[in-house]
Write a protein that binds this ligand. Sequence first.
Ligand SMILES: *Cc1c(COP(=O)(O)O)cnc(C)c1O
Length: 401
Amino acid sequence: MRGQNPVFIPGPTNIPDRLRYAMSVQTIDHRAPDFIELLTPLLEDLKKVFKTRSGQVIAFPSSGTGGWEAAITNTLSPGDKVVVARFGMFSHRWIDLCQRHKLDVEVIECPWGTGAPADLYAERLAADRDHKIKAVLVTHNETATGVRSDIAAVRRAMDASGHPAMLHVDCVSSLASMDFRMDEWGVDLAVSGSQKGFMLATGMAIIGVSRKALAAAQQAQCPRTFFDFRDMAGANARGGFPYTPPLQIMYGLRESLNMLFEEGLDSVFARHRRIAEGVRCAVRAWGLDLCAQSPELYSETVSAIYVPPGFNSDALTNHIFDTYGVSFGVGLGEMAGKAFRIGHLGSLTDVMTLSGLATVEMAMADLGYPVELGSGTRAAQEYYRKTAAANAEDRGVKRAS
Ligand SMILES: *Cc1c(COP(=O)(O)O)cnc(C)c1O
């Protein structure tokens, strides 16, 4: 019955039955005239999730990493300077990708557990008087450390220095689970994927593209073919795809958007906040520390939790998997062996989360952690009880008195 347990990895996330059914469709001809009836409203509705009116959405068959590659190759040329902060495995991998595309990458090294340093970005931009910097890169939600960065603050820093650089944001593990405001924050490229907040199978990179970024695609010299915005946007405008689209995932995405809009984006964000806070209550009750160094950095989609000195987090996640058949996120990079991660995004409820917390406790007890069985679960239960009424109201539950 292993397959009955939810996963608590921060992506790919649990796929609700409704979306699995939606993806179970027979082949249809993507060159038939009715493909446009699926594609065009899908791209329009995705704009609501990115909160962009002036930009557009371009999606490729790919995982999120392909979305990064598309973002970089379509807007930049080899030798172009970009500024990017490294504070976790995902920002690290994005830097690596930029370097392999021969960009001139100025890295701001930050301790893991901190977020994007708006003040340091501001310094670099202010010092760049002849505007060599073409783009500022920020990981909105660093999935390795459970840190959410303040994109609005980075935008304010850019505006304060009057710098014309583009702002590229990785929102793979935040979009559709936490608030994201592409237009308001002046984001030029926002990279996401199908298998996290959208609760789907892996297979689509979904990118919000500003007009400025689209214009940059006319000049950018990085080689690209499969990921060329011009081919994709051109074909999309004619109601098609430049090659075979991942049709089943697109049907799933249609239904995912229906689900998100039915719940209401604000309610989706509130649900994630509430679930995450319950997890943090448990972590506090266990006497353990989050990697995220301060409350304003807490991610609502993933918590990275240090194990006590003398314990190995990989042994914990392996034990949970072997003994109880549940997956939790391992520590990545610098965090390997030191921290495990609870992914709490996508298709998840408070009740499901309690099962995960209880399982972590069993495993910690098995391995001799100085943690009392039930302590964290109880703290989460208390928090969920206290906030249950508002939550039910949010779900539109009404009962005759
Ligand atoms: C999951 C993730 C990605 C993309 O990973 P893929 O495995 O290529 O889908 C990129 N950035 C962040 C922050 C992520 O969480």
